[in-house]
Every structure is written in structure tokens, then in C-alpha cells.
Design a protein around this ligand. Structure first.
Ligand code: RIB
Ligand code: CA
Length: 309
């Protein structure tokens, strides 16, 4: 799979990027950054730190949207720390940020490479993807698939009672993507909350004995404290790595083709993804929504691939 990762690193984004870079089945055409967990200046800097941690300064990293399409940016330092990548002490990156605007890179790659050869993996607010689809609608039929982490239904929200963070930050962008007609695989909180770190799982990663293993364990130990306090859980949910794990082993996941519509009017439920899981409407089934995961298989895959870096 040749992919573009659109991301707002974020510790869980970092683990997803490392999982992709540790997997020979995946070729990363580029990493496009968006404002989300923290500001764009930090997310692009974090993306470069992660590529260098993986020993991959050759990966092209682009900066994209500095804010959502219409709403004010909402960030999540309380979860990810002031840098967005608190936990490990990673050196300032040496590799350069690409000059090209991320949205131009997405459009030019989709229009220039063989139709159907690129998968978009969205790990943050969908602003960059929406801008690409609006700027060049001819990209839509050329996208093999969009695999995104976002939304929630049975699980409720994590930033408001109704909405998950990525969708909440830019609901209008999510609306553009959900109505694009592009094949979508959606990893909502309903499945990512079943991909929980534990002390044992984090220790196994730390015991890889590599700089990547130590850095990831430091990230997880910082990142999981928020969910432990909020949900009383043991560990935190590895949201974004579910997107990459799906590309590697789709059989780890169970879900169904459904209609998904996002709330863009009511402030009460802004960003809520209304998933017609029981097919009670005649609305088009525009996404494969995942609800279950083999979490032991997921962590075995993740640990084995991280060991390769
Ligand atoms: O709600 C979880 C999502 O929001 C994850 O992608 C996390 O990195 C944050 O962006
Ligand atoms: Ca993210």
C-alpha cells in the first residue's frame, strides 16, 4: 500500500507513524500535518521528530491547514502535553519541512500517480483532506480508500458528550469527506476504546531495548494518564494506530457498512457522527464502520513491527 498519512501528532499519531514505518507492506509517500492536538507549528515539528526517531529523515513532511475550515481551532494539550509529544525527550529535528503546502502535495500526488494507487490515512481533523477535495474534485475517484480515525456512536464522545475530538475540531471538513463518495473505513471510539494500553503491554514495548521502544513507552506512560484519570481505566486507548493496523491486518477488525452523517448545526451535538448502525434510514452507506478489534492481535502486531525500527 502506498499511503499519505495526514496527522496531528500526538503520541498516538506517533505510534501509528512508527507502525507504518516499521512495516514493509506500506510505502509512505508523504506525511501531511494539520492543526489539531496542538498547533500546526508543533504537529509538523513532532512529525519530523518521529521520522528521525525511526531513522527515516528521507520521509517528506508537509505542513497543511493552520485551523479548521470555519470553526476556531480547539487543541488538546491536557491530553498530549504542551509540546503535543510529551513523555520522551526527542531532539529538535534536523530534517527540513517540505516547502510545498500539504494540500497541494495531496492533490498533485493523487492527480500525478496512477489512479487508485494512493490510500489516505487520516489521524487528525480532516481539514487537509476536505481542502484537497474542494480544490480538485477530480481527486475523489482517484483515491483508493480513506481510512480515518474519528467519530463515535455507542461510545459517545471524548471532547463533548456527543463528539469525538478529530470530528469535533472540524465537523465541516468531516462533512465534505463523508459526502465525497470515496470508499471510507472509519475507526470510531467504539473500536479504539477497545485498543487499550496496559502496564504489561507498555513494558513489552519498553523491553524491546531500542531507542524506539523506550521513546514509545515514555509516550504511552505520559499519554495514558489522562484516560486513566478520566475513565478510571488501566491504560489509554491507542486510537490512531488502528488505522495503520487495518492496512496490515484487516482481519483484526469487525464492522459493517453504514450511513454516517455528521452534525454541523447544533452546538449541543456539534461534530457528532450519527451512525445508522441498524439501517433504519434509506441514507447511502458511505462508510465501513469498525466496532470490534482483536486487541491481543493488535498489540502483538504493533510490538513486532516496532521491534524492526
Ligand atoms: O479522539 C482521538 C483522536 O484525537 C486521536 O487522533 C488523537 O490523536 C486526537 O487527534
Ligand atoms: Ca491524531
Amino acid at each position: 500500500r502506498r499511503i499519505i498519512i495526514d496527522t496531528d501528532p500526538g503520541q498516538d499519531d506517533a505510534v501509528a507513524i512508527l507502525l507504518a514505518l516499521g512495516s514493509a507492506e506500506i510505502e509512505v509517500a508523504g506525511i501531511t500535518c494539520v492543526a489539531g492536538n496542538v498547533s500546526l507549528k508543533l504537529t509538523e515539528n513532532n512529525a519530523r521528530k518521529i521520522c528521525e526517531l525511526a531513522g527515516r529523515p528521507d520521509i517528506r513532511v508537509f505542513a497543511g491547514a493552520i485551523r479548521p475550515l470555519t470553526r476556531q481551532l480547539v487543541t488538546a494539550e491536557e491530553v498530549h502535553g504542551q509540546t503535543g509529544l510529551d513523555g520522551p525527550q526527542l531532539p529538535e529535528p534536523i530534517m527540513k519541512l517540505q516547502d510545498r503546502y500539504a494540500v497541494d502535495f495531496i492533490v498533485e500526488t493523487l492527480m500525478g500517480e496512477e489512479s487508485g494507487s494512493i490510500t489516505l490515512c487520516a489521524l487528525g481533523p480532516l481539514t487537509n483532506l476536505a481542502l484537497a477535495l474542494i480544490r480538485e474534485p477530480r481527486t475523489a475517484p482517484r483515491i483508493r480508500e480513506i481510512v480515518l480515525m474519528g467519530g463515535g456512536f455507542f461510545e459517545g464522545g471524548n471532547i463533548t458528550p456527543a463528539a469525538e475530538f478529530n470530528i469535533y475540531v472540524d465537523p465541516h471538513a468531516a462533512d465534505v469527506v463523508l459526502k465525497s463518495g470515496v470508499p471510507i473505513v472509519m475507526m470510531p471510539l467504539d473500536v479504539t476504546h477497545k485498543a487499550m494500553t496496559t502496564a504489561k503491554r507498555t513494558a513489552e514495548i519498553r523491553n524491546l531495548g531500542t531507542s524506539v521502544g523506550r521513546a514509545v513507552a515514555d509516550m504511552l506512560e505520559f499519554y495514558e494518564r489522562f484516560d486513566e484519570e478520566k475513565y478510571g481505566s488501566d491504560g489509554g486507548p491507542l486510537h490512531d494506530p488502528c488505522v495503520i493496523a487495518y492496512l496490515l491486518k484487516p482481519e483484526l477488525f469487525r464492522g459493517r457498512n453504514c450511513n454516517v452523517v455528521v452534525e454541523t448545526a447544533s452546538e449541543l451535538t456539534m461534530g457528532m457522527t450519527v451512525i445508522d448502525w441498524w439501517g433504519v434510514t434509506k441514507r447511502p452507506k458511505n462508510a465501513t464502520v469498525m466496532r470490534d478489534i482483536d486487541h491481543d492481535g493488535f498489540f502483538a502486531l504493533l510490538t513486532e513491527r516496532l521491534a524492526r525500527l
